[in-house]
Write a protein that binds this ligand. Sequence first.
Ligand code: FAD
Length: 571
Amino acid sequence: MNAKHDTPHREEQQGKADPLAQTHEVFNQARALEDYNAYDNDTALREAVRRHGAGWAEGTLSAHGARTGSAEVIEWGFLANEHKPQFFSHDRQGYRVDYVKYHEAYHRLMTLGLESGIHSAPWADPKPGAHVARAAQSYLQGQVEAGHGCPLTMTFASAPSIKLTPSLAKEWLPKILNNAYDPRNVPHTEKQALTIGMGMTEKQGGSDVRANTTRAYPIAAEGSGEAYELVGHKWFTSAPMCDAFLVLAQTDNGLSCFLVPRWRPDGSKNPIQVQRLKNKMGNVSNASSEIELRGALGWMVGEEGRGVPAIIEMVAMTRFDCMVGSTSGQRQAVAQAVNHAMGRAAFGKTLIDQPLMRNVLADLQLEVEGSLAITMRMGEALDNTTLDPSNEHETLLLRLGLPAGKYWICKRTPFHAYEAMECLGGNGVTEDFIMARLYREAPINAIWEGSGNVQALDMLRALAKTPAVLDVWFAELAKTTGSDPRLDKAVTSLKREFADMDEAEYRARDIVDRLSLTMQASQLVAAGNSAVADAFIASRLGEHGDRNYGTLPRGLDLGEILRRANPWESS
Ligand SMILES: Cc1cc2nc3c(=O)[nH]c(=O)nc-3n(C[C@H](O)[C@H](O)[C@H](O)COP(=O)(O)OP(=O)(O)OC[C@H]3O[C@@H](n4cnc5c(N)ncnc54)[C@H](O)[C@@H]3O)c2cc1C
């Protein structure tokens, strides 16, 4: 147990052993939010899991929720962040090693995530609800610690890209989908379980990967599955101890995608040199590196010159995980805020009973409800398209839903985290509580894997290339037509927006906001909790308009919303 988070014996703490040292009694502090079941006590999550076809996973999810809510696992999250990864370019004898050393707590979190199949389950055992169950598991895991979620996500997301080249898939996928963690710094050929990272971003261009200058030269034969040597650099490559990376590099025929192992199959070190680790403001348990590729071996994934379509398979999944991850951060923030408000009194009343605090907390919970609703609907769409790739409705729903959902949820999270932090008052600012870490994590997902504007522009690209995506979006919204006139009005007004596409780029954020909000509201109506749906629509689509958190209009059923927010209540 880390001394910083260790609770001293109460008698000792209050100085009863020595009356002269007894300066004061500690009271009116909320109990620590630990040793609770993060799944059983999350009504919104449980309902979403059942609604979207993953009811069969509840036993596993409940067990996972008990683990992620345990004091032990929560402590791993703190330790993995207090002890940042350390980079060693050389070993003690002077050999180049490019080694990143993590704290044991990070390895434990990785073990928990990988043994739970967060990186593999829907690919290893595709069935109705598999993506939803896996998203729920990731949502629970992310509440403890977000940084290690990066390699879990990248490993999960790599599978669809690697499948594009059967020879690589045959060799690599069984080991990628193995539910085990092997952090040894040895060639992939000597391991049974592998993790995968990605290298797209370069100094001169991140969003615009066409500006990449890294080159790939064929060693002998050219084309899919063949070996190349890569020369260049990557400005952001997270989790550099992964066993291999999907990397974009130019060939004579354009940008192509490569699987670049950290070691060559002959046991020699593949020349990927880490220059340094990024000194990040958040996500610090996750090492992000700058690398140089000095003739690094890599095998082409997908077709030559089709690197973007190849890696976009991976990017689509990481964007989904940004939705899951940011929603998970929102849930943990609300759980902490409600826990504090239940255990703290001010001006004669427990905070949870102060009308203005109830307004703030319920509004924060509504944000979680909306985020979870659209995320799990997209999870169901992933299940439907994994099981039936010809399912056009679900494919087109994802095409808009992933950029829109990623944009909206990730953008809402920093302010949400800040507001939840403020519910804890000064405690929220100290590193002893998780709030400060949640706040520092909050902007990361919005920037990673396509920043806000890039998502909004991707939504426009989808509209231009496949106009049917809009018909599908409105068909999905039509499932709840007539349920609430305010929602109907918002949908009608949104439809009008598309009649005139002048200055569409300039308006893209406004459009994507409204696509997301109406879909969230519609999903909440469909979910059937009228207190939640009514309050969400009243505060976000009604006359009232969306302002700061804590400005909910009167006449809403806050008791029901706060009951759902309570991390101690299983209902
Ligand atoms: C914690 C973390 C981990 C990361 N890990 C990885 C990794 O493992 N692998 C990897 O490849 N990358 C990684 N990245 C990099 C990340 O994906 C990029 O930073 C991101 O894609 C943005 O690219 P950029 O930094 O070059 O910014 P730019 O592309 O320069 O964008 C700057 C700003 O301009 C906006 N913008 C861009 N184009 C337009 C336009 N046409 N119109 C309007 N606005 C526009 C963007 O939205 C953004 O706000 C990581 C980043 C972070 C923060």
